[in-house]
Every structure is written in structure tokens, then in C-alpha cells.
Design a protein around this ligand. Structure first.
Ligand code: EPZ
Length: 422
């Protein structure tokens, strides 16, 4: 039994959307909450499948976790567990975030190798290499991983092999309670890393340089609790903006912060969208005229064009006049959604990391299947701009990163329903 999204496309989108807290902030922050000796409140946490999996892991590790309205309230474990529950841990990549906090709490941690979207090989060697240099010992039994750290983790001066977002977050969490100071070089710079550091600093940590390639952490003996409002979800913002590009119309995003889309905004403007800030903390995207291809767009680590935005922008530009070529430098298999784009009438050619689209293309309804979270969202975006009825199967992938994507687009005038497939 799975979930499908039934879409009748071809209508412009109009209205306002309040952005949820960023999934890729909330997930590491929920793990980092284990480092605090006191109560933690994470504000406005979206009801995502990956959040539910995180709550299941935290509860299995002994924490008290209660949802109070939009907020999650967490209390420390009296006796911290050290084995992650298999089912939720296997559903997402973010289970890797529990390595450092559980090591600090229980001096050992056992978990299945993390799951998550199949975007190509997703090793965790940098996470493990950094933790072992801090004093942990790692062992693998089949697809189970166990780390032990009899003593306290020690601060290190460490250069990451590549600026991995998750590995940077793991090592920031490990350094926050380590003995001594840590310097992380070639660190990832994504906004969500800055958000994690801000949360931990509110808990009494001493982290400087988050958002830059060099992060310095003074290890503390203990951290207290804190309340934190994560940053808005820039990939949800990109998803809505790409849908406006494809469908036409005018949508205002609320709670956006200064620059919610980074380089994505410039690409959509090249495609024919107009963007402005009608008020503080808001950002409007409109497309009334023709939709144009944007030539070559290469993704990259922040502050480059986000890999997660590539499939949704592809969905929005599928019918554009001219050529768009998207190359993902981060993941090998980012464009599994190319097959669905072709079924919807797009003129696409996918070769490995590169997705080439040519237009104009007359998009029509089709039955397509999501293979991952952002590819599924890209298929929804394309179906919204296609004439006729489409069905997107595998919509349970989409639920991992969007609480209710169908409801969000219905509120903007889209005709889209979520159904359970027998
Ligand atoms: C985070 O994944 C995000 N997930 C991803 O978003 C995002 O696509 C990715 O960063 C890149 O921005 C969360 O934050 C929960 P990486 P992560 O480690 O940490 C290689 C979404 O749709 N690598 O920066 O797994 C890896 O194979 C998700 O919201 C190693 O080789 O990404 C990949 O090629 C999808 N060894 C590259 O680095 C390691 O130890 C980037 O991965 C770690 C990573």
C-alpha cells in the first residue's frame, strides 16, 4: 500500500505560503538536543516522515519527546540508550546524526547503516574518520555499525576530505562536548550548519565560524537546554517558486528570512520570473510572460546552486522555450526523475549527472513514479503545469520532506489530491 498524488494541471498558482522550519535543520537539531542536560524546545517542527522517525529514535534512546502544537518538547534520558531502533534508523540518512550524541551520552552506539534517498553512493567515511580521530573505535558487523568511546572524545584539528554537510554536523556535535578544542577545515557552509551551531551555542556551546570553511569549537563539559526556531526551509521555497515558474501566477512566501533561495532565484529570473520583497520576511515570485530555458546550471555545495533544488527547478522549466542543462556535481543519481519528465511530455535527455531539457514542450497528463524525495517533488511541479490529469506514485517519498505538498498547492489554486493506493 502506497500513497499517490492525483494532479489536474494547467492552472496558474496564486496566494501566500508560510514556509515551514527547514527539514535539514530540524533533523540534526533533534539529534543535537541529546547533548543538552536540560529541556529543549524546537519550534514549528513540520510533521514529516523523517521527523516521526527521529522522534521514534529519540524515544527509544530514553528521551521524553512531546509535540505541543507546532513545537517539539524534549527532556533528557535518565538512562541513555545506545542502540538505535532498526526500523526508523533504516528509513533515513539522518540516523547518522545520532552517532556523536549517543557516544557522548552512553560511550557506545549501535545502529544499522543509514537509509535515505538513493542518490548514488552515500558513504559515511568522513563521519567515522573524524569520530575515530577524536577517540572512538568503530566496527562493522554486516550492515550494522558499532562505535565505542570509553573515555571522553578529544578535540582535533581535522580537514574534511570533502565539504560534507552531514559530516560537518556530526563533527560539530562531537566537538561541542569534547575534551579540548576542535578546528574543522574544509567544512560545509550550508545555512543549516549555521542553524545547528546557533542552537548549540544557545545551549552553552562555543562554536565559531559556522557557515565558513573553518569552524572552531571549544569543548564544554556540559550543555544546558534551550528553545530554538529553526531557519525556514529553502528547498520548500524553491519547490513553490519552481511551480510558479512552470504554472504561471504570483505567490508570496512568508517567513523567508533575507534570501530564501540563494542562486535559485537568479536562475528563475533568467527563466522569466519576477521576484521582489513586498514586505520584511516575505518574498514574492511571479511569472506572467513566456518561460525560457536557462542554459547550463551546475549544482554545488553552498553557496552554490543547491543539489536538492535541481529536480524541482527541472520540473518547473520542463516546458520552457529553449535549452536548460542541469548538472549535479554532488550526487550521481539525482535525476532518476528524468523518466517521469519524459512521460509527461518533456523533451529530456539524461546522461549520468546531467539532465538536458529542450523546449518548448507541450506537457500532458501521465502516470509517473517518484524514486526519491526531491525527484518526486519535481514530478509534482511538472504535473501541475501539464494539461490533463497525472498520477504521481511513490508519494510516500515526498512525505519525507513535505508535510502536505498537496495541501500546500491546493491552497494556491492547484488541483491535487493525496490518495492511498490499495
Ligand atoms: C545533506 O545530506 C542533506 N540531508 C541532503 O538533502 C543534501 O542533498 C546534501 O546534504 C547535500 O547538500 C540532510 O541534511 C538531512 P553530504 P548529506 O554528506 O549530509 C559524499 C534532501 O533531499 N560523502 O553533503 O548526506 C556523499 O556521498 C536531502 O533534503 C562522502 O563521500 O550530504 C555525497 O556524494 C537529500 N562521505 C556528497 O559527499 C561522507 O562521509 C555530499 O554528501 C559523507 C558524504
Amino acid at each position: 500500500m502506497g500513497e499517490i498524488l492525483r494532479v489536474r494541471g494547467g492552472r496558474p498558482l496564486e496566494g501566500t505560503v508560510r514556509l515551514p522550519s527547514a527539514k535539514n535543520s530540524v533533523l540534526p537539531i533533534l539529534a543535537a538536543a541529546m547533548l543538552a542536560d536540560g529541556p529543549v524546545v524546537v519550534r514549528n517542527v513540520p510533521d514529516l516522515a523523517d521527523v516521526r522517525a527521529s522522534v521514534a529514535i529519540l524515544r527509544a534512546l530514553g528521551l521524553t519527546v512531546r509535540r505541543r502544537g507546532p513545537d517539539l518538547h524534549l527532556l533528557p534520558a535518565a538512562v541513555p540508550g545506545w542502540q538505535l531502533p532498526e526500523a526508523p534508523a533504516r528509513t533515513m540518512r539522518s540516523s547518522v546524526f545520532y552517532l556523536a550524541p549517543v557516544l557522548h551520552r552512553a560511550h557506545r552506539v549501535r545502529m544499522p547503516l543509514p537509509g535515505g534517498c538513493k542518490l548514488g553512493p552515500r558513504p559515511i567515511d568522513i563521519h567515522l574518520d573524524g569520530l575515530c580521530r577524536m577517540g572512538a573505535r568503530a566496527a562493522c558487523e554486516g550492515d550494522w555499525l558499532e562505535l565505542r568511546a570509553p573515555g571522553r572524545l578529544r578535540g582535533i584539528d581535522y580537514t574534511l576530505r570533502l565539504p560534507s554537510v552531514g559530516a560537518t554536523e556530526t563533527l560539530v556535535m562531537a566537538a561541542a562536548l569534547a575534551q579540548g578544542d576542535t578546528v574543522l577545515r574544509n567544512a560545509a557552509r550550508e545555512p543549516e550548519i549555521q542553524d545547528l551551531a546557533e542552537f548549540l551555542n544557545r545551549c552553552g556551546a562555543r562554536i565559531e565560524g559556522a557557515g565558513s570553511p573553518v569552524i572552531r569549537v571549544q569543548g564544554k563539559a556540559a550543555l544546558h537546554g534551550a528553545r530554538h526556531q529553526p531557519i525556514p526551509d529553502r528547498i520548500v521555497a524553491a519547490t513553490v517558486a519552481a511551480a510558479v515558474a512552470g504554472c504561471g501566477g504570483s505567490v508570496t512566501l512568508l517567513g523567508t528570512g533575507q534570501d530564501p533561495l540563494g542562486p535559485v532565484a537568479g536562475v528563475l529570473e533568467r527563466a522569466g520570473c519576477h521576484t521582489d520583497h513586498p514586505a520584511a520576511e516575505s518574498w514574492r515570485v511571479q511569472r506572467q510572460g513566456s518561460l525560457r530555458g536557462v542554459g547550463l546550471v551546475r549544482t554545488g555545495v553552498w553557496p552554490g546552486f543547491s543539489t536538492d533544488a535541481a529536480p524541482v527547478v527541472a520540473g518547473g522549466l520542463l516546458a520552457a522555450q529553449g535549452d536548460t542543462v542541469l548538472e549535479d556535481t554532488v550526487f550521481e543519481d539525482r535525476f532518476a526523475c528524468a523518466e517521469g519528465f519524459a512521460l509527461l511530455g518533456g523533451q529530456v535527455c539524461r546522461r549520468g549527472r546531467v539532465l538536458a531539457m529542450h523546449g518548448p514542450a507541450r506537457l500532458h497528463g501521465a502516470r509517473v513514479r517518484a524514486a526519491d524525495l526531491r525527484g518526486g517533488a519535481g514530478l509534482v511541479v511538472a504535473a501541475l503545469s501539464a494539461g490533463g490529469e497525472s498520477v504521481v506514485e511513490g508519494a510516500e517519498y515526498v512525505r519525507r520532506g513535505y508535510a502536505d505538498l498537496a495541501g500546500l498547492f491546493r491552497d494556491l489554486g492547484g488541483v491535487i489530491q493525496s490518495e492511498t493506493q490499495r
